[in-house]
Design a protein around this ligand. Structure first.
Ligand SMILES: [Zn+2]
Length: 125
């Protein structure tokens, strides 16, 4: 039973980090992870997954997990700053709540610290 649709980045470093984060937050078995480049910019690539999982599984939440140093942002000609990620996460959250009707949309930014360890923090946009 997937109650959360998690949209992460296709960056090869991320899926393992995101799954460890979700499992450590008690979400094991509760989510479906869908990956697309730069989630806040391209979450609509997962349109079919979002609508079908919501309809079939009753998922009511979406978690969008962006990350810094994202190739998808560079490819789109977007500034890779935290502020710009927050701006696009806010816009995506608005659409997911408005047009898609999800009750809960949570937004996160993953980044690496000086020791190259990943941290994922929730941003309230
Ligand atoms: Zn990325």
């Amino acid at each position: 039973m997937a109650k959360i649709i998690v949209v992460g980045c296709v960056d090869e470093r991320l899926p393992e980090v995101v799954q460890a984060f979700l499992n450590s937050h008690g979400q094991t078995g509760q989510y479906l992870l869908a990956n697309t480049p730069a989630p806040s910019l391209n979450f609509k690539d997962q349109d079919r997954t979002l609508t079908k999982v919501a309809a079939v599984k009753g998922a009511s939440e979406v978690w969008l997990i962006d990350h810094l140093n994202c190739g998808g942002y560079t490819l789109a000609g977007e500034d890779d700053s935290e502020e710009n990620h927050e701006k696009h996460l806010a816009s995506a959250k608005g659409e997911l709540e408005g047009e898609y009707g999800f009750r809960t949309v949570r937004t996160f930014i993953a980044s690496q610290n000086d020791e190259k360890e990943w941290e994922i923090k929730e941003v309230h946009v």
